[in-house]
Design a protein around this ligand. Structure first.
Ligand code: ATP
Ligand SMILES: O=C(O)[C@@H](O)C(=O)CO
Length: 417
């Protein structure tokens, strides 16, 4: 294994795996820290944690444990993947984890770059944009767990870290790898360790990747990993073969607990030509709707049936007011996990999930340990193979085109992508 990655959530980890795999690395996503060694032919390994919203001390200790496992697999470079909308609180966990990894690796000049132009995220003058609005105006300011109220990533990160935060501005980035390298050196000499790097386009990310060739630790969204496989390829270290994709025959079902705007539009479109089942959150929490009812409905339905609890913000707020946020999320996530178990027990081999927490609950509920990265469905979302009988796609809430579900079902089923 050459590149060792640590992801702070499951869907984000498959997003990173997608980028590395598209660039020709044989990439596997691990669900948590594996208990044994990796297969010999893995070139990039992504240890997927659920550390984004943990207590910062737990997030740091899990990330360091993941680092030790990746070091034991022989990795020479490491990547810490967080959200392209920099999801974190003033307490962490991006800063504390990045600093702890930097310390453990004796890494200086640590790039911090959430840019992901393919999904509209860019960084300019240290500020994060989502399409044409600043981060704190894109809806992320209302996120229930990590409200992003400041678009200046340097200022936000400084609240989470002990050392001053540096910056490489677009003026250097647009000049290319050599200028980026010089700017990183200058920030290092000025005593900065975590350095926010501007990036607007994929070509910027490729130049940043070149400049990062000899750096032990890079951090960011999946975008900034774009240029890293080319460094290994240039040294003849990777096969560029990727992993051959085998589609899975049979019925595909979709489960959505994501309440994001993008998912709600995808659910609405999918429902125009496929059967859908709206899961009543109150009934789930009160225990009057059991997973078996929905499983039976999914098994009996034609097309790509979709069961969803996705609802608009007012509806979600009403449920949370009535039952409490933690209780309602726990009940719904357990419901989706049981649903997935029942579907797999009934022989279903293709499952689509929407929502980071929902996907995490499903993957944990199914007790999966490794996910091979397959072809891209939409930017940031790859097809995944869990074992001989099961393929999946885990969609982050805000990702995917409006026809995502139909497209994903098609990719999971088709042979060779
Ligand atoms: N109808 C509902 N009422 C209240 N809460 C809900 C409802 N449906 C889903 N939820 C909760 O909303 C949360 C959705 O989170 P999830 O991470 O799955 O989606 P997301 O936030 O859109 O995705 P991402 O984290 O990738 O951006 C879950 O905790 C889920 O239990
Ligand atoms: O970077 C992103 O936006 C995603 O991979 C993600 O982490 C969403 O939770």
């Amino acid at each position: 294994m050459l590149l060792g990655c640590i992801g702070d959530d499951f869907t984000g980890s498959s997003d990173l795996g997608n980028t590395l795999s598209k660039e020709g690395m044989r990439c596997v996503q691990y669900v948590g820290i594996p208990s044994g060694p990796a297969a010999d032919d893995v070139e990039a390994g992504v240890v997927a944690l659920k550390s984004r919203s943990l207590d910062r001390h737990d997030a740091v200790s899990q990330s360091l444990a993941a680092l030790r496992w990746l070091q034991a697999q022989g990795c020479t470079q490491f990547f810490f993947k967080y959200c392209s909308t920099f999801d974190s609180t003033p307490d962490g966990n991006i800063g504390p984890v990045a600093e702890a990894l930097a310390e453990a690796l004796d890494a200086h000049k640590v790039i911090v770059c959430p840019a992901f132009p393919g999904t509209g995220r860019s960084v300019y003058q240290g500020h994060l944009f989502v399409n044409d609005v600043l981060l704190n105006e894109c809806g992320m300011q209302n996120h229930p767990l990590t409200p992003m109220t400041d678009p200046d990533i340097r200022r936000w990160l400084a609240r989470q870290t002990t050392h001053p935060v540096g910056h490489v501005a677009a003026t250097s980035v647009l000049e290319g790898a050599a200028a980026i390298g010089r700017a990183l050196d200058a920030e290092h000499r000025a005593g900065k360790r975590l350095i926010v790097v501007d990036a607007l386009r994929d070509v910027d990310l490729l130049e940043i990747g070149k400049a990062a060739d000899q750096l032990p630790l890079i951090t960011g969204g999946s975008g900034v990993a774009l240029g890293l496989p080319r460094n290994f390829a240039q040294r003849g270290q990777i096969s560029k073969a990727g992993i051959a994709w085998r589609g899975q025959p049979g019925k595909c079902v979709a489960l959505s607990g994501s309440c994001s705007t993008a998912t709600r539009a995808q659910v609405a479109l999918h429902g125009q030509s496929n059967p859908t089942y709206e899961i009543d959150a109150a009934k789930v929490i009160e225990g009057t709707l059991v997973p078996q009812t929905v499983t039976d409905w999914l098994l009996e339905s034609k097309g790509v049936p979709l069961a969803y609890s996705s609802a608009d913000p007012d509806h979600v707020a009403a449920i949370q007011d009535r039952f409490g946020g933690t209780r309602s999320a726990a009940a719904l996530e357990t419901f989706f996990a049981t649903l997935a178990q029942q579907l797999v027990d009934a022989g279903i081999g293709k499952i689509l999930t929407a929502g980071g927490e929902t996907s995490g609950a499903v993957v944990e509920g199914l007790k999966l340990d490794t996910l091979e990265i397959g072809p891209e469905i939409d930017p940031g979302v790859p097809a995944l193979r869990a074992n001989d009988a099961l393929v999946l796609a885990l969609k982050s809430g805000n990702f995917g085109a409006e026809d995502y579900f139909a497209k994903a079902a098609q990719v999971l089923g088709s042979v060779n992508g």
